[in-house]
Design a protein around this ligand. Structure first.
Ligand code: HEM
Length: 504
């Protein structure tokens, strides 16, 4: 059978559907967003999906993508975004569909639930993230891991070796979230904990296999027959669950043994959940998995795109490095990475306003979550006057929004940290309904400060000590199509020591 004989009936059916939808809409006197394309167009443009959606957003601001049974709405209009994330928050959520796709991996964790289940986890987690003890503990872990990274870069600089930072940052942020979240040393960076490495691999594979369910309509059959990607997912989930349940058992036992209100009880996030939740292992498992997912990929992704942009803009890289070295008062006493890192404190980080701006500019252009879909729970009208129906997917699009001229001006596509700096040289914030990378409203990202702290500690140590260059200046990295905006494949970097550093 040739490809025309498959596509012709599908295209005819879709066109017919578009006409029927158009007639129905007219009849009811309702206004709907223009049709930007069909699911077929999404498939045709799959490898450049975010570029395609940016082109559509430039044309329509908000548009529909039709499929056989319903229309998904994609918006980059800040007024619509504010409405779905805040004004009518209760009407837009994860819904049963997301929950069903994600439940093997994420269970009943914060990323898959709505209503009371979400509220309860949000309350405990947001309290946890706001404590000084977590802030201090996490800063110490981030600094330790920055030193490990720095020592690896130092060795690479000495031996003129090329480093794949895509792989390395992922290992580093996984190590960080395990120490801060659960008090466990995975040591993915050095690979000394075999079980930890096995877990990480299984977790990342299970994540990819779960995401593939969004486009694989046969996943339920495969699951039933235990074949293909679903059989692999099942295997990986066994490794993941065995590891996590062991961590939980150890934690519960440690806490039962501990008689005083020791630091052990308070420092990591899991200990706090054990304290308040009756030691229910399934509940604790879901909490852990959701924090692993939230805590590692977005930071590793942001670090990678950040270093890439700094390599493309050496003048920005120099300006960032200069600010860091001035803030920590770099002098001849500092000869190695650990000494440098010892000078990085909350007070010195606060001085690094340009670094903050450059990181934010990276996240504007490369938001870790490029598209964020919600399910509409009942028929509604958005602020632009257009209707949406119960069951429709209504998604806001941080990737496309970061490129919109009507939000950022004519230079929207350019990497310009200066746009975030005010007249006094300080970082200036932007409405979260325009800069949507961290979501906004009641479900705004809980780890935003945590993320910036890790990004700033890693960056200050690495950029203060080293200069980075792409190993292949002409290679333009591509994103991988998955939930997060990962760079596809390795990002190979050459590292050079900045003046003053002698020893590793
Ligand atoms: C650059 C880094 C990060 C970015 C861009 C980012 C972005 C986001 C976005 C877009 C959401 C909404 C997701 C949704 O629709 O469900 C979200 C939610 C969340 N994030 Fe982050 N995130 C980052 C880092 C982190 C870190 C490091 C943590 C924790 C360690 C974290 C914890 C959470 C949690 C718990 C939620 C769920 C909030 C809720 O549903 O109430 N995030 N984040």
């Amino acid at each position: 059978m040739d490809s025309n004989s498959i596509f012709f009936p599908i295209i005819t059916a879709l066109l017919f559907l578009v006409v029927v939808l158009y007639i129905c809409n007219k009849k009811h006197g309702k206004k709907y967003h223009p049709i930007g394309g069909t699911v077929l167009d999404l498939l045709i443009n799959y490898n450049r999906l975010h570029h395609y959606m940016t082109d559509l957003a430039e044309k329509y601001k908000t548009y529909r993508v039709t499929s056989l049974f319903h229309a998904d709405v994609y918006t980059s209009d800040p007024a619509n975004v504010e409405y779905i994330l805040k004004t009518n928050f209760e009407n837009y959520g994860k819904g049963a569909h997301t929950h069903n796709l994600m439940k093997e991996l994420l269970g009943e964790g914060i990323f898959t639930v709505d209503g009371e289940k979400w509220r309860q986890q949000r309350k405990v987690s947001s309290h946890e993230f706001s404590t000084k003890i977590l802030r201090d503990f996490s800063s110490a872990i981030f600094t330790e891991n920055a030193i490990k990274l720095g020592n690896m870069f130092s060795e690479a600089a000495n031996s003129n070796q090329i480093i794949d930072i895509n792989d390395l940052f992922m290992k580093a942020t996984t190590d960080s979230i395990f120490r801060v979240g659960f008090g466990i040393e995975l040591d993915n960076m050095n690979g000394s904990n075999e079980e930890g490495v096995k877990f990480s691999r299984a977790f990342d594979d299970a994540n990819a296999q779960t995401v593939s369910r969004y486009i694989d309509i046969s996943w339920k059959i495969k699951k039933f027959l235990n074949i293909g990607s679903e059989a692999k997912l099942k295997k990986n989930m066994k490794v993941v669950d065995e590891f996590i349940y062991k961590v939980i058992q150890i934690k519960i036992a440690q806490m039962q043994k501990s008689t005083d209100d020791s630091l052990l009880k308070k420092q990591d996030i899991l200990s706090r959940f054990v304290q308040i939740n009756d030691n229910d292992p399934k509940y604790l498992r879901d909490v852990i998995i959701n924090f692993v997912l939230a805590g590692k990929d977005p930071i590793a992704i942001s670090m990678c795109w950040f270093i890439y942009e700094l390599c493309k803009h050496p003048e920005v890289q120099d300006k960032v490095a200069k600010e860091i070295r001035e803030a920590i008062n770099m002098n001849e006493e500092i000869t190695n990475v650990a000494e440098f890192a010892a000078r990085v404190s909350e007070a010195t980080l606060e001085k690094m306003q340009y670094l903050h701006a450059a990181l934010t500019e990276t996240i504007r252009l490369y938001p870790a979550l490029p598209v964020d879909p919600k399910i509409c729970f009942s028929d509604d009208v958005l602020p632009d006057g257009c209707s949406v129906k119960k069951g429709d997917v209504v998604a806001f699009t941080p990737y496309a929004m970061g490129k919109m001229k009507f939000i950022w001006g004519d230079d929207a596509h350019e990497f310009k940290p200066e746009r975030w700096i005010d007249r006094n040289g300080r970082f200036r914030t932007e409405s979260p309904y325009k800069f949507t990378a961290f979501q906004a409203g009641p479900r705004t990202c809980l780890g935003r400060d945590f993320a910036y702290r890790q990004l700033k500690i890693f960056s200050s140590v690495l950029l203060g000590c080293f200069m980075f260059k792409l190993s292949d200046e002409n290679k333009v990295p591509r994103y991988r199509i998955s939930i997060n905006l990962h760079i596809d494949g390795p990002l190979q970097i050459r590292v050079f020591k900045r003046s003053g550093l002698h020893n590793p």
